[in-house]
Design a binder for this molecule. Structure first.
Ligand SMILES: *[C@@H]1O[C@H](CO)[C@@H](O)[C@H](O)[C@H]1NC(C)=O
Length: 364
């Protein structure tokens, strides 16, 4: 057995004994993570479930449904406990998704359609990386709108797309305008030319580069308030060309090199990225850096910044991280945001990154 494996085992075990702290300890799994067996889990589960229902306004149609959801909730407490061991620098516990099975969660709250970028996508030019700031956050520069909520619809790709174009439009015009995801959900059926049947399809998923392509062809996107989000894809397309407020000049794919990702972020604004969201169902806060995380991408989000020193694995100095805007409302994660470590493409965070440039338009 090699040393690093033993060390990992040591980390896994030492973390079981550690406790986590937060203001909201009702909803945390403190008792859960600080005990070794499952024996301790069940007496507290009922209490956690009550707080969960109260906090997120959950009610169930029948006693059967209630009991079923309580069972799912308990399974998710166990999962959160496992996630806490595998990802000790973050905080895992009860979230608004704690009454959903992993399959329900994937089906309703993710929605990245394809696992790879289109082969013919234009590649972003290589940028200089020597003068990059050590810490950077587009929220400090006014390029990021408030956190939105995709609801129970696999439209993450639309939110990632609008987020990137909102930033690019801000950089080009100095105006921050919230853009319409519903236009993408209703009207964008763009297909990947490389892959048969891989088309943007509302709540059933899509891809950000295809959505940029649609936006380029359609002429642009309307404002959020002119074409508001409904969270369903059963409506017809109501796009009105006269209401276009932001347009795409071009878009390209960024190399998986982390310095290039940072350079593109700083130069071009927030970036549309794909990520594996498995740890996000139980995420409460701090920097996520799981020992093991698949790189299969299933969720589209927005990279808005990075920090140089956000978390310290046991006995190591502080490590750098990415700052990610999600689309699950402000009552998820750190006010709607997720932090994940930089450095080794954890959860595939570096593998599908695209950047968009906006046309200079003037609004009235
Ligand atoms: C994309 O558009 C921007 C803004 O018009 C322009 O400055 C840039 O050179 C274009 N990039 C590419 C790769 O065509």
């Amino acid at each position: 057995m090699d040393r690093s494996f033993l060390f990992t085992l040591f980390l896994l075990f030492s973390v079981v004994a550690s406790t986590i702290s937060a203001d909201d300890d009702d909803l945390l799994i403190e008792q859960v993570v600080s005990s070794d067996g499952d024996d301790d889990l069940l007496p507290h589960a009922e209490h956690h479930f009550s707080s969960f229902k109260a906090r997120f306004g959950k009610s169930y149609g029948s006693a059967e449904e209630h009991d079923y959801r309580f069972g799912v909730f308990k399974a998710n407490l166990r999962r959160a406990k496992i996630h806490q061991k595998l990802d000790p620098s973050a905080e895992h516990g009860v979230t608004k998704f704690s009454d959903l099975t992993p399959a329900e969660f994937r089906r309703n709250f993710l929605g990245l359609k394809r696992l790879r970028l289109p082969a013919d996508a234009q590649k972003a030019p290589i940028l200089p990386t020597n003068d990059l700031p050590t810490d950077f956050d587009w929220r400090d520069h006014g390029a990021v709108t408030g956190v939105k909520d995709q609801g129970a619809c696999g439209s993450c790709w639309a939110f990632s797309t609008t987020g990137a174009l909102e930033g690019a439009h801000f950089l080009e015009t100095g105006e921050l305008v919230s853009l319409s995801e519903q236009q993408l959900v209703d009207c964008d059926h763009e297909c990947d030319p490389e892959e048969y049947g891989a088309c943007d399809s509302g709540c059933n998923g899509g891809l950000m580069t295809s959505a940029f392509e649609y936006t380029l062809k359609a002429g642009g996107l309307e404002r959020e308030k002119d074409y508001p989000y409904t969270g369903t894809d059963r409506g017809t397309c109501k796009f009105d060309q006269d209401k276009i407020v932001a347009s795409v000049a071009n878009f390209s794919v960024v190399s998986i090199d982390e310095e290039q990702i940072a350079a593109n972020l700083v130069k071009n604004g927030p970036l549309a990225i794909g990520i594996n969201a498995v740890f996000m169902q139980t995420y409460i806060g701090k920097v996520s850096c799981p020992y093991i995380c698949g790189r299969q991408l299933d969720h589209g989000v927005l990279l808005v910044g990075y920090g140089s020193a956000g978390y310290a694995p046991i006995r190591f100095k502080e490590k750098p991280f990415w700052i990610i805007k999600n689309s699950w409302g402000e009552n998820w994660g750190e006010n709607g945001y997720y932090k994940i470590c930089r450095g080794r493409n954890v959860c595939g965070v570096d593998s599908m990154v695209s950047t968009v440039a906006a046309l200079h338009t003037t609004s009235d």
